[in-house]
Write a protein that binds this ligand. Sequence first.
Ligand code: NAD
Length: 290
Amino acid sequence: MKIAFIGLGNMGGPMAANLAKAGHEVTGFDTAGVAIDGVAQAESAAGAAKGADVVITMLPNGQILRAVADQILPAMHRGAVFLDCSTVDVESARAVADQAQAAGILPLDAPVSGGVGGAQGGTLTFMVGGAEDGFAKAGPLFDIMGQKAVHCGPSGNGQAAKICNNMILGVTMIATCEAFALADKLGLDRQAMFDVVSTSSGYSWSMNAYCPAPGVGPQSPADNGYKPGFAADLMLKDLRLSQQAAEAADADTPMGQVAMDLYARFVEDEDGKGRDFSAMLPRFESRSRG
Ligand code: NAD
């Protein structure tokens, strides 16, 4: 397949490299002029998109996605697939999908879970919104870049699934961290805390797979000085998206609100910027009730 890949950052770079390694003809474009092994470099986003069967975008936010869509859609041919893998607001996902459909192009919003390690290893999970024909056409590419692709319904539903998942993640990570900090103050050994909770009703991915306490549970960023992993800044971005969506849909999400406020304070006023999102544990430990 002839593939264009726009946005070759921490995630997009290795995803594009995996497609090229699998034998696809990949042309990339990134405003930062990033070069990826096996990926031809275009002069512009439109230049990369011209003649491509599938155009993939992996960009920082919805505003940039909308701007890039304006550039690439006129260059794409009818029947081509526009596969956006960025995490963006549901409204932007639906707006660019409408624009693509009007031009006879098949849009898919397909944000990912699995982080940079998943992008490098080709083990991402894709949550996909869009029509069945587009999903079927992109299937072989999901197989290369990931281990699973779930079709979640019409355009925007991939982003909806992603922000709902990450709202749960933000809330459970905070709950896990504050419980560890409380357990410490109650004199409970961390290993005992992990052994109980990870096999009891308080278990979650945050505890069992990504334990925020160093030296306990499987290897996680806590064992590496809280170097991300999944940065607190990105968690904040996703929690802002879920609160924005909740407001637009008139949904009551009080825990999502608290999680967003805490991560905002952590990243903007404290020392959370550039640290893993599980560094909430040392934050809680250093605080007292008042
Ligand atoms: P990144 O900042 O490393 O990469 C984004 C790239 O887009 C940069 O290289 C930037 O130069 C490029 N770019 C910006 N504007 C552009 C434009 N107009 N045209 C072309 N290129 C442009 O970010 P990332 O970590 O790769 O994340 C990309 C997306 O994936 C985000 O939406 C993020 O929320 C999502 N995501 C990230 C992770 C993660 O762990 N990093 C996990 C899941 C999802």
